[in-house]
Design a protein around this ligand. Structure first.
Ligand SMILES: [Zn+2]
Length: 287
């Protein structure tokens, strides 16, 4: 594990300036905010670039991706896939559980890419998904203007440099196609992390997952990132939350999380979109 010193310089992904300050400390490293533009990122030892999933997939991973995400994936399908057709790429498809929901929408030709070999094997062999490409998104090779819809579920925050990936996705997208991005919302995650750390009496934990989550986006910084790549954030929508708190099966946690979701919907309406309490679900198109 490498913990960078206070004096090291970190060029900001969004504005290139090197001045930043520590705004949160956790077990794996620090969370910093760019002094020039406010972008928030992790300064911690990263996992090796062989993907998120280790060689053997833990039972907790199956719970997290199969069960805890199911409600979110189903709501997405009802809203965006039902009654339509096209070619979809799930970029960074992990174990393939989102793609497994595409079985309900046979008019969609569904593809996935994934960098972790064990996850690719699981998606192909156990979920029986036929169109899984083992590839690094920055280097994968698809024809230009090929896909109607590209989904990035819980991927963007893991990328040390998302720019070559977004540039590729843009190239593979049809001119009237769109990209869907799901990523945590740091505007909410940071106060939540501070609260959790307070209740844990300052114990160093993995509140913001500094090792895995390299960049922490807000509505403002996510918009700025996509605009750098000649993309446009058309809208932020709401989908039901992950049905678990910190990966645990807790009925009370689930109830609270869903209460939070309904509160988020209400506040969004009341403030005409100015206040967002939940994760970021962004609809992005070519500008
Ligand atoms: Zn900056």
């Amino acid at each position: 594990m490498i913990i960078m010193s206070e004096t090291e310089k970190y060029p900001c992904l969004l504005c290139g300036q090197s001045d930043s300050r520590v705004i949160f400390q956790e077990a794996a490293g620090t969370i910093r905010r760019c002094s020039a533009c406010g972008h928030i990122f992790s300064a911690a030892g990263a996992r090796p670039a062989t993907g998120y999933f280790p060689d053997s997939i833990a039972a907790a991973d199956h719970f997290w991706w199969r069960e805890a995400h199911a409600k979110m994936y189903q709501a997405f399908g009802r809203r965006f896939l039902a009654g339509r057709s096209g070619r979809l790429l799930d970029a960074g498809c992990g174990l393939g559980y989102f793609l497994s929901h595409l079985a309900a929408y046979p008019d969609w030709e569904a593809w996935g890419t994934e960098i972790s070999p064990a996850a690719v094997d699981f998606a192909r062999d156990t979920l029986d998904l036929g169109r899984i490409v083992e590839a690094d998104l920055a280097r994968a090779d698809f024809p230009d203007r090929h896909f109607d819809l590209i989904t990035l579920w819980d991927v963007l925050e893991h990328l040390p440099d998302p720019r070559p990936v977004l540039a590729n996705l843009r190239a593979w997208l049809k001119d009237d196609g769109w990209i869907f991005i799901h990523t945590p919302n740091i505007s909410i995650q940071l106060p939540k992390a501070r609260l959790k750390k307070f209740f844990a009496r300052g114990r160093p934990g993995h509140y913001l997952e500094a090792t895995d989550h390299r960049h922490h986006y807000s509505p403002v910084t996510l918009r700025r990132l996509v605009e750098m790549l000649d993309l446009e954030m058309v809208e932020l929508i709401h989908l039901p939350p992950i049905q678990s708190v910190s990966g645990r099966r807790s009925a009370l946690g689930r109830v609270l999380k869903n209460f939070w979701y309904w509160s988020a919907l209400g506040l969004d309406k009341l403030t005409a979109g100015a206040v967002r309490l939940d994760n970021l679900f962004a609809v992005v198109k070519k500008s």
